[in-house]
Structures are given as C-alpha cells and as structure tokens.
Design a protein around this ligand. Structure first.
Ligand SMILES: C[S@@+](CC[C@H](N)C(=O)[O-])C[C@H]1O[C@@H](n2cnc3c(N)ncnc32)[C@H](O)[C@@H]1O
Length: 357
C-alpha cells in the first residue's frame, strides 16, 4: 500500500525508509511537475496560435476587438530568453525595457538570487550543472555572462583547466538541447588571448559546430556615456534566424557618448574616468596599482559608495539588498547595462525580433 509519495516525481512508497533514501539520492529524481508545466505551456502556445489565425480570418467578417488580437499576437511573438549566471541581472534590466520575457535564470550566489527575485520577481534556479535544459519553456535567446576569473588578468589563467572554465561546456549543454536562435556570451577581454588564443578558438569552434554564425567585439564602457574603464568581450551566435547586415552588427556609432565622472556623479573628480569596478581589492591606497575605488575629489580622498557603483554599472532604481561586501561583489561581477541594452537594440534592428513595448 502506498503511504508516502515523492513530491517531485510522484513515485509511491509503502515504507518510510525507502521514501527517505529516495529523497537522499545523489542524483535527484526528475521533477515531473516542471515537465508537465513545459508541456502545458507548449500546448497552450500552439492553441493560441491557432486561435489567433482563426481570429484573423473572422476579423474580415465580423468586427473583433483588434486590441485583443494585438495582445494575443504580442504574447505569441514575445521574444523569450534565459539568463544563465544571472548575477544581479544586467540582461534582465535591459531586456525588460525591450519587452523581452525571461523564462529562466540561474545563479549559485544566494544574494544574487535574492536581488533578482526582488527586482524582477523571478525564482532563480541554482547550480547550472543541476539543471535539465529539456524542462525549460522554449526560448529565442540564451544569455550567459559566464564566470570570468579563469580568463581574467586577475585570475590564474587556468582557463578550461579551472573547474569554472568548464562553465562554458555547461552553456553548450543548453545550446545543444534548446537550440536558441541567438546566443550571447559575455566575458573579459583577456579571454581573446588566453592560452595563446586557444580558449577563444574552442568557444568559437564549438558554437560553429552547432551551426552558429559568430560575431564578437570588445566594448568599452566610457565610449557609451558611462565613465568607467571597463571593457567586456561579447560573442554572439545566430542560428535559424535571418540577420540583415551581420557585418555591421557592431556598428555602434549612434550610441557613442562622452561623459566624465564629474558630469556623471555630480562631484568635482580629479580623474575623468573611473577604474574598472572589481570584486576584491577595495580600500587600497589611492596610488597603489590595485586601487579602483579611491579618487581625489576637491583635493580630498573620496571612496566610491554603493550608489556610485550602481550608477557606474548603469542600474537606476535598483532595489539592492544584502550587506556591503555582497553588494560590491555583485557590482564587480555585473555587466554595465549600457552594453546589454545596446546588444538588445541591435538584435531588434538586425533580425525579425520585435520589441514588445
Ligand atoms: C560574471 S558573473 C555574471 C554577472 C551577471 N550576468 C550580471 O548581469 O550581474 C558570474 C556569475 O556566475 C555565478 N556562478 C558561478 N558558478 C555557477 C554555477 N555553477 N551555476 C550557476 N551560477 C554560477 C556567480 O555566482 C556569478 O554571479
């Protein structure tokens, strides 16, 4: 007789000891509830498409409320994305302004998960290694600012030998199963030359093997109106989607803008452009080569505040929770929102994807 049943997979047990050992399995059982949700979403989406077609036909005969049709059409055509290694959510911050819908986000850092939930009302999943891509609702764009320490100047240059380096193979797991139309990878500039260029070549080769056309570019924050030296590499792959003028995708002159720290933060800074915000090394002496948060303002020493950090990464009205160390860590890890905004806008400009706002 079934006395206990697993909440994830529904399996029944007559003895408590069997039920307990099932719950302690190293590899968790499959979550059928999630699978069913994905199936239902797919069926509903198909039905909505059919209904929409019918409405379009009937609309010629009877005067059906065109607003409802527009609403349905928008729902169906809404660009969907996933946010892997989501951190405090630069992709989400910018993509929501474009009307894109996030269908999954993951990160292992608890404070990042809390901030994502607070600001975007999404329950963030945990370790990417534990996520089964086949249960995710279908989506168009995969975003992944994967951990950069193995490739950065500050890291130990271990690349794919560092276990964090294998986060790229985790990304490829999703790419192979979900086949998104667009893949956006973000990382440090040093990835280009890491291991004599072999790491970058491997990333490009793996994506090309899956049929993606790849473009890439290093963007510099202070070229686009934010006075921070930060540079970041963006690798973008396209598959099963027509991209007009791909070679000009990174022609970004319309977004160029000059500004200074004094203009931007409203105080009299001696320096024009801030150093790159980083996770560690705060409070170094101003003349120390590790310094990035200390500046001269009106001939007095000034340390960047969390609010300055948010502005220098392009987050306005962000409801930031956590202690100072956690906040600086997330700020040091995140992507200036001007980059994710520009990339979202360029995707709309060069593909058939629509902004939904
Ligand atoms: C460079 S940051 C990404 C920043 C993020 N895109 C943003 O906009 O703030 C890398 C993130 O990967 C997360 N991470 C590291 N290992 C992970 C794993 N195994 N699974 C999920 N997230 C992981 C870290 O906690 C960190 O937040």
């Amino acid at each position: 007789m079934v006395k206990y049943s697993c909440e994830r997979c529904g399996k029944g047990f007559s003895q408590k000891s069997h039920y307990d050992s099932h719950n302690k399995r190293k590899t968790p059982c499959e979550n059928n509830a999630d699978k069913i949700k994905v199936l239902i979403d797919k069926v509903v989406e198909e039905k909505l498409k059919e209904l929409n077609k019918k409405l379009i036909i009937e609309n010629n005969k009877v005067n059906i409320n065109t607003d409802i049709m527009q609403l349905l059409e928008n729902q169906i055509n809404q660009v969907k994305y996933i946010d892997l290694f989501c951190g405090m959510g630069s992709f989400h911050y910018s993509f929501q302004k474009l009307g894109f819908k996030c269908v999954m986000a993951c990160d292992i850092y608890k404070p990042a998960k809390e901030n994502y939930k607070k600001n975007y009302n999404i329950d963030v999943l945990g370790d990417i290694c534990d996520i089964d891509p086949s249960i995710i609702e279908s989506y168009d764009i995969l975003c992944a600012g994967f951990p950069c320490q193995p490739f950065s100047q500050a890291g130990h240059h271990k690349g794919f030998k560092d276990s964090r380096g294998t986060m790229f193979s985790q990304v490829m797991r999703f790419v192979k199963i979900n086949i998104p139309k667009v893949v956006i990878l973000e990382n440090v500039q040093a990835l280009l030359n890491h291991n004599k260029g072999k790491s970058f070549a491997k990333i490009k080769e793996d994506l090309e093997k899956e049929g993606y056309n790849i473009i890439y570019k290093v963007l510099k924050c202070n070229d686009y109106g934010i006075p921070q030296m930060r540079k970041r590499l963006f690798i973008i792959g396209f598959k099963n989607i027509e991209v007009n003028n791909l070679d000009n995708f990174f022609e970004l002159s319309e977004y160029k803008k000059n500004t200074t720290l004094t203009d931007y933060l409203g105080q009299n800074f001696k320096k024009d452009v801030a150093y790159t915000l980083r996770c560690g090394g705060k409070h170094s002496a101003i003349n120390d080569r590790h310094n990035w948060d200390g500046y001269w303002v009106d001939d007095k020493e000034y340390r960047l505040t969390i609010d300055d950090g948010l502005k220098l990464q392009g987050f306005n009205n962000y409801d930031f929770v956590g202690n100072k160390n956690e906040k600086w860590k997330m700020l040091g890890n995140t992507i200036p929102t001007i980059f994710t905004e520009i990339i979202g806008k360029q995707i709309i400009k060069h593909t058939s994807f629509n902004s939904n706002v």
